[in-house]
Design a protein around this ligand. Structure first.
Ligand code: GLU
Ligand code: MG
Length: 437
């Protein structure tokens, strides 16, 4: 049968979904120049496809401007069609970045980092996901059996990611029921976020081609573990030399790293609604789940919001190259672009305000009273999306990192999501999110 190949111009939107429009591949040149029409109110489409109260209504026009650098063309070689899609920026009709374009918001944050610290960011997103409706067989954590049961999925996924230009790192059967993890190598900030969005889409496509379904939902069962997104970060100077590490710095942190991490921890409660943006995200961010419940730094401690990761080397230059820290509070309900933008802005704020190095926490913070926590400079992170949105709304510094219209759009969007799931039973709510992510 005759087919005309289509390319999907996607954005990773405020709901963490890839949405957009397709055009014939033969018209690529034209679409790279003139874009494709888009509508402001689309930023108010929640993950459940309801439309939140929109300041734009039916008015206005925007353009999706596809970025050729991000073109993904994958042939699964299963007799089915090739997948073709690319990431886009959203611009106004005058070609200016639009206020709710997550990719443009990230570009602004990365430019701020270059300005304030003369460094560039390398980042690697780690993703956990689950086989939807899996058997939940016990005794399979990290096991060879479960790995082999899903070997076709693992090998196809790695092949597909490789074909899409991602540098694959590991695939493993995680601890949770039917839970897997896929990691890729670090990339410069914007590419890392683009590839995180691409990885989620390709993982779903791979599962479907194999007659299965996966979910990146932040948590599928409140009694089980969550599906985290952890972002590893490190810095390079203008010559491309690593500058994250200093052998004399606290926990090995360079001056830039110290203030950057201090900024991330100081603003974590107020920016959490961007990092953990679903209603159920907050069931994951509870103590003893190896996620993040406090704004603490951990030295190789997985119960910390930010963790200094181990280095497998002894010679100074390898240590400097490997040294990185990991932020653990995120999940895949968030657009990787918006998540990374918030983290980078918080880090820049820490650098500009010359915040002092945080001290790694010790012991189990959940055993401390609120007073004892406060004495150590820690807070329990917001425990619901509503609370997190209020913290964001109340903080002029965090709001100031984003374009003017962003705040009201984001708050309206997320409050509509809360309203949508409010009347659902707990079971229905978890299952609704499982289907979405
Ligand atoms: N599943 C944990 C989370 O929700 C992370 C476990 C780990 O890989 O350390 O973030
Ligand atoms: Mg993991």
């Amino acid at each position: 049968m005759v087919r005309d190949p289509l390319i999907f111009a996607a954005i990773s939107d405020l709901a963490g979904k890839m949405r957009g429009k397709a055009f014939p591949a033969s018209k690529l040149e034209k679409r790279l120049r003139s874009g494709i029409g888009w509508v402001p109110t689309n930023a108010l489409i929640t993950c459940f496809d309801t439309i939140a109260l929109s300041p734009f209504g039916a008015l206005g026009d925007l353009a999706l401007m596809p970025d050729l650098e991000t073109l993904v063309e994958v042939d699964f070689k299963d007799g089915g069609p090739q997948e073709r899609f690319m990431l886009s920026d959203i611009t106004t009709t005058e070609s200016a970045p639009w206020s709710c374009c997550t990719r443009s918001i990230l570009k602004t944050a990365l430019a701020r980092l270059k300005d304030c610290a003369r460094v560039t960011l390398n980042a690697a997103f780690e993703h956990e996901f689950q086989i939807a409706n899996g058997a939940g067989t016990p005794g399979t954590a990290f096991s060879l059996e479960a790995f082999c049961d899903h070997l076709e999925m693992g090998e196809t996924l790695m092949g597909v990611l490789d074909a899409a230009g991602l540098k694959t790192d590991t695939f493993l059967k995680e601890y949770g029921a039917d839970q897997f993890e896929v990691t890729v190598e670090p990339q410069p900030g914007l590419i890392a976020a683009d590839q995180a969005a691409i990885l989620r889409s390709l993982t779903h496509m791979t599962a479907r081609r194999l007659g299965s379904e996966v979910t990146f939902s932040p948590i599928t069962d409140p009694a089980g573990v969550g599906n985290g997104v952890h972002v590893h970060m490190s810095f390079l100077d203008a010559d491309g030399s690593p500058v994250t590490y200093d052998s004399n710095g606290p926990a090995g942190m360079s001056r830039t790293t110290q203030s950057f991490v201090a900024g991330v921890l100081a603003y974590l409660p107020q920016m959490l609604c961007l990092l953990a943006p679903s209603v159920i995200s907050y069931a994951r961010l509870t103590p003893h789940r190896w996620s993040a419940a406090y704004n603490n730094l951990g030295f190789r401690d997985r119960e910390a919001a930010v963790r200094i990761c181990p280095v497998m080397a002894t010679d100074p230059s390898s240590i400097a190259r490997q040294y990185n820290f990991e932020v653990r509070a995120m999940d895949a309900a968030g657009s990787p672009h918006l998540v990374l933008a918030a983290l980078v802005h918080a880090g820049c704020q820490g650098i500009e305000d010359e915040l002092a190095a945080p001290k790694p926490s010790e012991g189990d913070l959940s055993e401390l009273s609120a007073g004892a926590l406060a004495d150590l400079g820690y807070v329990r992170l917001p425990q619901s999306l509503a609370e997190a949105l209020t913290a964001f709304e109340a903080d002029p510094v965090v709001r100031g990192w984003f374009p003017d219209a962003f705040e009201s759009v984001y708050l309206s969007h997320k409050r509509a999501e809360i309203e949508y799931v409010e009347s659902m039973s707990e079971t229905d709510r978890y299952s609704a999110y499982s289907k979405i992510y």
